[in-house]
Design a protein around this ligand. Structure first.
Ligand code: NAD
Length: 248
C-alpha cells in the first residue's frame, strides 16, 4: 500500500509547472490523476482533460469527464492561474476582470463542479495554489496580489463551509518557483541571468523553489497524513514570508 492508493485526484493547470509536478507526485504515490488544462497533452497514465477554468460550461464538462474516467474524485488541486504585473495604474478594468476570472472564479467554478463528488469521498481534500503575493506586499503586482489574497480568504471560507461534510481545504503559498511561467518572465528580461539571480536572492535560501518542493507540500495537504489540518496555508517560499534576516 502507498499513501495515495485508491485516491482519485484532479489537478487544474496540470500540464505545466507546479500542476504537472503535483500530478506526477500524486501519481508516484499511488493516486490516479486527471489534469484539467487548456492544454490536454500529458503523458499517460496521467489523464489529460481540456478545460478552461474561465468558462463555467467547460469546467462542468471537464470535471464530469474526469470523474467518469477516475470513478469519482477525492482530491481537488485548484492550481491553474495566470500572472499580471503592474501597479493599480497599469492594468485596466478588463485586465482586472480577466485575471480575477481565472485566478479566483476559476477555483470557485472547479470547486462547485467537484463538490458533489468530494461529498461521496471518505478522504476529501481541496488544496489551492495561492502565493507569497497574498501576504507579502510585493511591488508592481497589485492585480496578481489581490487575486491571491482572494484565494487565501476563499480557502479559509471554504474550509469553514465544508468541514462538517468531511472536506478539508488548505492552500500552499509558494515563493518564486522555477516553472515555465518564471522562465517566460526571465526570457523577457533585458538580462535573464541577472534577473534570475535577483529573484533567487530575494528568498533567504538564496535559490528558487522547485516545482517538486511545492508538489510535496500539496501532496502533504491532500493526503491522509494531514487529516487534522484544514483552513490554513503552508509557505513554500525559501523563508521569504517568515524570516527577517540582517543585511549581509
Ligand atoms: P505555468 O504557466 O507553468 O502552468 C500553469 C498551467 O495553467 C499551464 O499548463 C496553463 O495552460 C494552465 N492554465 C492557464 N490558464 C488556464 C485556464 N484558463 N484554464 C485551464 N488551465 C489554465 O505556471 P506555474 O508557475 O506552474 O503556476 C501554477 C500556479 O502557481 C498558479 O496559480 C500561480 O499563480 C501559482 N504560483 C506560481 C509561482 C511561481 O513562481 N511560478 C509562485 C507562486 C504561485
Amino acid at each position: 500500500m502507498t499513501e495515495f492508493d485508491g485516491i482519485r485526484a484532479v489537478v487544474t493547470g496540470g500540464a505545466s509547472g507546479i500542476g504537472l509536478a503535483t500530478a506526477r507526485t500524486l501519481l508516484g504515490r499511488g493516486a490516479r490523476v486527471a489534469c484539467l488544462d487548456l492544454n490536454p497533452e500529458v503523458d499517460a497514465p496521467l489523464i489529460g482533460v481540456r478545460a478552461d477554468v474561465s468558462d463555467d460550461a467547460s469546467v462542468r464538462d471537464a470535471v464530469r469527464r474526469a470523474a467518469e474516467a477516475l470513478g469519482g474524485i477525492d482530491v481537488l488541486v485548484n492550481n491553474a492561474g495566470i500572472g499580471a504585473q503592474g501597479t493599480v495604474e497599469d492594468n485596466d478594468d478588463d485586465e482586472w476582470r480577466r485575471v480575477l476570472d481565472v485566478n479566483v472564479l476559476g477555483m470557485v467554478r472547479t470547486t462547485r463542479a467537484a463538490l458533489p463528488y468530494l461529498r461521496e469521498s471518505a478522504h476529501a481534500a481541496i488544496v489551492n495554489t495561492c502565493s507569497i503575493a497574498a501576504t507579502a506586499g510585493l511591488p508592481n503586482r497589485a492585480l496578481y496580489s489581490a487575486s491571491k489574497g482572494a484565494v487565501l480568504s476563499l480557502t479559509l471560507a471554504m474550509a469553514a463551509d465544508h468541514v462538517r461534510e468531511g472536506i478539508r481545504v488548505n492552500c500552499v503559498n509558494p515563493g518564486t518557483v522555477d516553472t515555465p511561467w518564471v522562465g517566460r518572465l526571465l526570457d523577457a528580461a533585458d538580462d535573464p541571468e541577472a534577473e534570475r539571480a535577483a529573484l533567487a536572492a530575494r528568498q533567504p535560501t538564496g535559490r528558487l523553489v522547485t516545482p517538486e518542493e511545492v508538489a510535496a507540500a500539496i501532496a502533504y495537504l491532500a493526503g491522509p497524513v494531514s487529516g487534522a489540518t484544514t483552513g490554513t496555508w503552508l509557505a513554500v517560499d525559501g523563508g521569504m514570508a517568515g524570516l527577517r534576516l540582517r543585511p549581509r
